[in-house]
Design a protein around this ligand. Structure first.
Ligand code: ADP
Ligand code: MN
Length: 178
């Protein structure tokens, strides 16, 4: 086994709880294995904005039309180091061989609606995102792009599920390294 820490992707439709869960996962992993190497939480959306890894800004939806090549130029050297917990809603452009496990979060539509509404999203943007969840857009992308044995799909609707999800992910990670 290599001495690199695994790379983890946390994905799903906006509002499913990627950021909450991915940050907690990185913290929990770092607490559990106080090794020399630590996991690093990476909010890819923030990196795209900060480093301007997009061609144009979509004013209608207030999101960047990101450039996959520019993203991978930044992301590949990081993933080669290992130990990243990557948080992003779209991951079809990340090569399978750079990723060890993929956490796909799911959420019921009505709960998702409330979360996106609370975030101040427009009706149009809420509708678009809910449709993505119904049409399983992220789920299909994940299954097309990553090997099945790397994928763990979890429901993330209630606060009580958060810790059990973290535990399941850590167990999944351990099992895939036996
Ligand atoms: P994402 O990064 O996928 O857009 P966030 O982590 O920002 O999602 O979460 C969206 C909202 O849902 C936040 O208000 C967050 O507190 C809430 N949330 C996330 N996970 C859960 C959960 N398991 N139970 C209840 N609320 C949650
Ligand atoms: Mn987020």
């Amino acid at each position: 086994m290599s001495d690199k820490l695994p790379n983890i992707v946390v994905t799903g439709t906006p509002g499913v709880g990627k950021t909450s869960l991915a940050m907690l996962l990185a913290d929990t992993l770092n607490e559990e294995c106080k090794g020399l190497k630590q996991f690093t939480y990476l909010n890819l959306g923030k990196l795209i904005k900060d480093k301007k890894l997009y061609e144009t800004w979509n004013e209608e939806y207030d999101v960047p039309e990101f450039d996959e090549d520019k993203i991978m130029d930044e992301l590949e050297p990081m993933l080669n180091e290992g130990g990243y917990v990557v948080d992003f809603h779209s991951v079809y452009f990340i090569p399978d061989e750079l990723i060890n496990i993929v956490v796909l979060l799911r959420c019921d539509n009505t709960i998702l609606y409330d979360r996106l509404f609370a975030r101040g999203y427009s009706e149009k943007k809420i509708k678009e995102n809910i449709e993505c969840e119904i049409m399983e857009v992220t789920s299909d992308d994940v299954r097309e792009n990553f090997q099945e044995h790397k994928i763990i799909e979890l429901s993330n609707e209630q606060n009580e599920q958060m810790m059990s999800n973290i535990e399941q992910i850590i167990q999944f990670l351990k099992n895939s390294y036996q």
